[in-house]
Design a protein around this ligand. Structure first.
Ligand SMILES: [Zn+2]
Length: 396
């Protein structure tokens, strides 16, 4: 589909993958409607189909709503009509109850019956380009060979044609998960990586950053990227400080819990950079940290792949209300089908022009000040209060 949005030259020059993402942005409405038809309405047992029909929405009515209002306003309206899934309902820890509808589900109910099960590695290429790391060595430092770590390793291996250096706190290559990953990486890349095995996994003790510091030193001052977590970013900064080493040229891409301001300051104080992203097993990178953040964890919603809206609900034991983040996958090939499904976090959603490459490309929805939701939503109401989404005018 032709794109009606002009992309600035600087963006096109800096992001070789910009046309792919721009195509994803331009085509998001028809792709979303196609995904809904194929992954929701085509399946009698889809929990989303049950929720939508219970709220009075068949495929034609959803189509009309999305085409008239746009994806995010339509999703907010659907959430207000009871079309959402809480984190507890998604994990099968709680029955899904709306007035007159009760569903007993397990996480398997949300798997995409049509998915190939693989993540699109293109999303990582755009992320790396946005941070100027498209030619830089990138390693993965995640706690265990879990689904998120595996997805990151596989995506980077596919992108680069060789497995990335992978620091894991469990002995990956000897576990069934690590062994399976090694075979997968070997198959994807057709070769080993020079570290003696296909998965490049190095076993490190929890919070032991010395192996990672050694790897950085081995790259002799060239720019490097590390996919890790906020806790490990702090461990790295602390270890670097203790060893009187700087982090110039080091870019940390944290996933999972948001990046605390103190951790960002610690990394920046040593000359490094850190961006708070979020990758989820089954849908890949959903948030890319902003290069011009207004908060330590300010990030761009990857609107070419997902939509993010909010829903007010109690988020902690004291009854504090917050905006729970609801994620929707826009592609028919996502491994998990998500429609207004809670991520397990609350946060602030803002549409704004930040001026960074990702913003200029068209990723105008930001999310920041994320925090974990620690209580189940016990309310029985069908209708939630209005979303707290704030819209500020975008610069021309
Ligand atoms: Zn930005």
């Amino acid at each position: 589909m032709a794109c009606g949005v002009r992309t600035p030259m600087i963006v096109m020059a800096s992001l070789p993958n910009a046309p792919v993402a721009r195509d994803g942005l331009a085509c998001r409405v028809p792709r979303f409607l196609d995904a809904l038809d194929r992954t929701v309405f085509a399946h009698r047992n889809s929990p989303y189909r049950a929720l939508l029909e219970h709220a009075g929405y068949d495929a034609a009515r959803v189509r009309a709503l999305v085409e008239q209002d746009g994806i995010e306003p339509a999703l907010e309206r659907l959430a207000a009509a009871g079309v959402y899934v809480t984190a507890e309902e998604y994990r099968g820890e709680r029955e899904l109850r709306r007035r007159g509808l009760t569903l007993r589900l397990t996480e398997r109910a949300f798997a995409n019956p049509d998915a190939s099960g693989s993540d699109d590695p293109g999303d990582w290429s755009l992320t790396l380009e946005a941070y100027g790391l498209d030619r830089a060595p990138v390693s993965v430092w995640l706690p265990s060979p879990d689904a998120t770590g595996r997805a990151a390793v596989v995506a980077l291996a596919t992108l680069r044609g060789r497995a990335p250096r992978w620091f894991t706190e469990q002995p990956g290559p000897t576990t069934p998960a690590g062994g399976g990953l090694r075979a997968l990486v070997m198959r994807l890349t057709g070769r080993s990586n020079g570290h003696g095995n296909g998965s490049a996994a190095a076993h490190v003790a929890p919070d032991d950053a010395s192996s990672v510091l050694d790897w950085i030193r081995g790259e002799r001052g060239h720019a490097v990227g590390i996919v890790t977590t906020a806790a490990r970013a702090l461990a790295l900064a602390t270890a670097a400080q203790a060893a009187k080493r700087r982090l110039d040229g080091v870019t940390l891409m944290t996933s999972g819990a948001p990046l605390p301001p103190a951790t960002l300051r610690a990394v920046q104080g040593l000359g490094g950079r850190a961006f708070s992203s979020c990758a989820m097993a089954g849908c890949g990178v959903v948030i890319d940290g902003c290069v011009r953040p207004v908060a330590a964890d300010d990030g761009h919603v990857r609107m070419d792949r997902v939509a993010l809206v909010g829903r007010r609900r109690p988020i902690d034991e004291t009854g504090t209300e917050g905006t729970a983040l609801l994620l929707t996958t826009l592609r028919a090939n996502a491994a998990q089908v998500l429609v207004n499904t809670e991520t397990g976090e609350a946060g602030t959603i803002r549409d704004r022009a930040c001026g960074c490459l990702l913003g200029e490309l068209g990723f105008t929805r930001h999310v920041q000040r994320r925090r974990r939701v620690t209580v189940a939503d016990a309310r029985e109401s069908d209708v939630a209060s209005d979303s707290e989404t704030e819209r500020t005018p975008l610069a021309a």
